[in-house]
Design a binder for this molecule. Structure first.
Ligand code: FAD
Length: 197
């Protein structure tokens, strides 16, 4: 971890009405701006949109942010989007942290006051966490794209066929003299009455 003072920017997404209908986004941003290391906190309708990403890049450059938190949806949706935006503004992509205040807060909390409190806790955790992030480098290493499947029952056979169908090499290892597992010992299977073998 470097000793440079943390300059953390927090961006709170409305996600249209998805977040803003439940979470008081302005109160959340005001709270976030007072967290240790935070130098700015903004709200925006759709942080993942091009103008949202431009806002993030602009603030990184203008305010000299060295850490970024986006409070929005699940990282599964847009972590890569925001990491890329950070990188395009000259910030290491890993000096970024997402707080999921949609799937984990607004979508699953009935009471708006409670949702806002939960969102504050999620954002505080993200701000504390990102302060400890160290810049990382992405390295590419070659891998052997083959799979080993232990057990040639129906599950192993099916997995092996699916992987093989995608063009990858598969090694299927079975400890018994023949494959098939339990299925091979049955006559017909419920409910389709297919021949098991
Ligand atoms: C009496 C009975 C009736 C059933 N009837 C039905 C039915 O009508 N319809 C239905 O859909 N399902 C039915 N089932 C369930 C079905 O048979 C099982 O869900 C299915 O066979 C499980 O497949 P599997 O590949 O997960 O495991 P298994 O069939 O147990 O296969 C595991 C394989 O891994 C091998 N193995 C384990 N350890 C190792 C190791 N260390 N190294 C190498 N190989 C190893 C074993 O030898 C075996 O071949 C029935 C099961 C039973 C017992």
């Amino acid at each position: 971890m470097t000793n440079r003072p943390r300059r953390i920017g927090v961006f709170v997404c409305h996600c249209g009405t998805n977040i803003a209908d439940k979470v008081d986004v302005e109160a959340l941003a005001e709270y976030a701006a007072g967290l240790p290391g935070a130098v700015s906190a903004r709200t925006y309708q759709y942080m993942c949109s091009d103008p949202g990403q431009d806002l993030l890049k602009q603030e990184i450059e203008e305010l000299g942010l060295n850490r970024v938190v986006v409070a929005s949806c699940s990282p599964l949706m847009h972590e890569l989007t925001f990491r890329r935006a950070c990188e395009e503004a000259g910030l290491n992509a890993f000096n970024f942290q997402m707080a999921n205040i949609r799937e984990q807060v607004s979508w699953v909390t009935e009471d708006p006051d409670e949702a806002t409190e939960r969102a504050k806790r999620a954002v505080a955790a993200a701000v504390y966490r990102v302060a400890h992030h160290a810049p990382l480098e992405v390295k590419e290493v070659s891998v052997q794209p083959a799979s080993l499947i232990v057990g040639g029952g129906i599950a192993g056979i099916d997995a092996a066929l699916r992987i093989a169908d995608s063009g990858k090499k598969v090694y299927l290892v079975e400890r018994e003299p023949s494959i098939g597992g339990y299925m091979a010992q049955l006559y017909k299977t419920f409910p389709t009455l297919d021949c098991s073998a």
